[in-house]
Write a protein that binds this ligand. Sequence first.
Ligand SMILES: [Fe+2]
Ligand SMILES: [Fe+2]
Length: 307
Amino acid sequence: MVEKISNGNQYARCIQSSKRVRWDIDEDVIRGRQFDTAHKFLPDGLSLTNTFTTLSADERRFVSQIQGRTYANIFGLVERFINAKVLELSRDYALGDQIALEALVRFSDEELKHQTLFRRIEAMVAKVMPRGYHFDFNPDSVAYAVLGKSSWAVLAITLDIELFTQLHYRQSIDPDVELSELFKDVFLYHWKEESQHAILDELELVRLDSMLTTEERNAAVDEFIELIISVDGILQAQAAADAGYFSNSCGRTVKAEELRLIEAAFLAAYRWQHIHSGAQHPRLVKVLSGLINEKQSQRIGAALATL
Ligand SMILES: [Fe+2]
Ligand SMILES: [Fe+2]
C-alpha cells in the first residue's frame, strides 16, 4: 500500500539532490574561520533592526548578532523533533519502498549533521560575544511535547520551517552585503539540504493526510495551531532573555521603559522569522489549502492574527 501511494520519482530525485549538494561542516562550511563581531550576523530583513528605534548603529549590529545566535539555536532545537518524526515515518518503508526509505534516512542523517553544526556555531559565537547569553530550552523535552501531537500537525509545522529556511536565505541573508561571510555560509549550506527536506515533508504530509478521516484531520488542524502557539511561547521567553542580555551587555544603562520596547522589538522579529514569514510562504499556503477546508484555514488565520 505504501509503495502505491508514494511517488518513487520524487523520492529518487531527492536522493540525487542530497548526494549532489552534500557538504562537510569543517571542509565546506567553517573552513577554519572564526566569527568576527565587526560584522552583522542576521540580516535586517529578518532581524528588523530598524524597529529598534532607540538604539545606535553599533547597538543594532549587536542585536543582529544576538538574534543570529538565537536563530541558529532555534534550528538546532526544532531539528531534534524533526529528525525524530522522520525516523518514525521511515519505519513505514523499512520493508517496502527502499527508495523512499533511503530518501528519509538521508534526511535524518542531514538533520543530525545540522544539529552538530548549530552546536558548533553556538560554541564559536560564545567565544566572541559577551558572557551572559542564555538559550535554555531542552531539545528533548520540546521534542517530547511536539511529538505528542499527530504526525499531520508535526509535518505541517516541519514543512513550514523547512520552506522558510530557503525563503530567508534567498530573500534576506544572501542579498545583505554587510553580513558575516561565515554566518552567511552556514545558512547557504543549511538551505541546500533543506530544499530536499521540504519536498519530502510535503510528500509525507500528503501521504498521511490521505489516510485521515474528516474528524482526524479537523483535530490535526487544531494540533497544528497548538504547535504554532507553543513555538510562540518559546519565542516570547527567548525575546525576554535576549532583551535582558542586550541590556546587561550593551555598556550603558537601559531604563525599564526602553527595555520594554527592546523586548517587544525582539519578539516581533522572532515572530516574523519563525511564524509569519513561513505562514505566508506560497508553497505552504498551496499545500495546506489542498488538504484543509475554508473553515479550518480561517481557524489557522485567526490564531496567527493573535500573534
Ligand atoms: Fe536542518
Ligand atoms: Fe531539514
